[in-house]
Design a protein around this ligand. Sequence first.
Ligand SMILES: [Zn+2]
Length: 432
Amino acid sequence: MLIKNCSWLLTQNPKREVLRDCSVMIDDGRVTEVGSGSKNADVVIDAAGKIVLPGLINTHTHLSMVLLRGYADDMRLQDWLQKKIWPLEARLTPDACYQGALLGSAEMIMSGTTTFLDMYFNMEDVARAVKEAGLRGFLSYGVIDLFDSAKARSEQEKTKKFYDYVQSLGTSRVQFAIGPHAPYTCSPETLVWAKEFAVKNKVIDHIHIAETRKEQADFQKQHGARVVEYLDKIGALCNRMLAAHCVWLTKSEVTTLAKAGVSVGHCPVSNMKLASGGVAPLPEMFDAGVAVGLGTDGAASNNSLDMFETMKVCALLHKAHRWDATVLNAQKTFDLATIEGARALGIQNEVGSIEVGKKADIIMLDGHDPNLNPIHGKETVVSDVVYSDSPANVHTTIVDGQVLMANRQLVTVNLQQTLQTVARIAKQMVQP
Ligand SMILES: [Zn+2]
């Protein structure tokens, strides 16, 4: 495959080069050449007038939660969970999760996300949908043992069964991750078991940490330690861990995460919407060398899977919070959604930039759209992507060299059919 005449190409290579009027050659799902000159290829995509960039990476979401989008908003966290979200989730069938995952996949493809890290239940059905959609998904079953050893055993069995299922799918695009939900829903034994499983099987250990101040207060009361101190003490931290949120951390906890090699999935929109208070200490994480990626969290607390919006909100949140317009610039923010997100997932040698040898996960934006004009030059096109772009600008989405959307037409997901099925499921879900 050849993507030719790229008007702008944001490589995200180590020099963060922006190239003009160039082409990208793709063979067997990988980039084989980036440069000028016309070549022959079986498939040729003309990217004249397009801005070409690496696919965006969402490091924390709950895909099938798109089914709960807009159902319950503007509530306090505990009321929201107990009165609205949990009762509805109890009604989610395997088929509902499959259809939700298809809808979420369609949304991601149409908004330029090519890789994501997920946590939910009925994960075999989610995996099936992700495989069909063609996205690169790291999928974890959310383990919750509520400090009950019998439940812990059954959760471990479910996890192992899902691990085997993912291996049987036979695609490198769908990968297993282990998913201990949080330190307040999992016993220390389960947290350590998850870590050991992650290390042994070389998979991501996906967890929620320090989302709210209450979580920290409860740990102080129950364990005489802050959450990260507790996790360090029981031996649950490791360099395969990706911790979502990490809003309420001290500098000392950030240092502990950095020493253990833990990555962070920062979810600014969800944190603001759920009024988690506080702001994740990103500058301190950067200083300590923590790999940080961006996430949307589930669509019930966002309410979209829009990574362009997440980039913009992220940059604005930290500027407003620190009274400093320089604290997070456009390039750094774009890094978080691409190459740094890849680093947070441990796959920076495979995706996150458009470079020879890397997987061809590439998106194209329509440079003729009014909200992206004028483009002043190489120095400003990244600003356009971070501050002006929207999912509506995404024209083409490619994963592993496979076109998942061309000219805003989905190739792998039957959107009309999915919308109809989801509407039916949503109606059934809310019936008394
Ligand atoms: Zn979450």
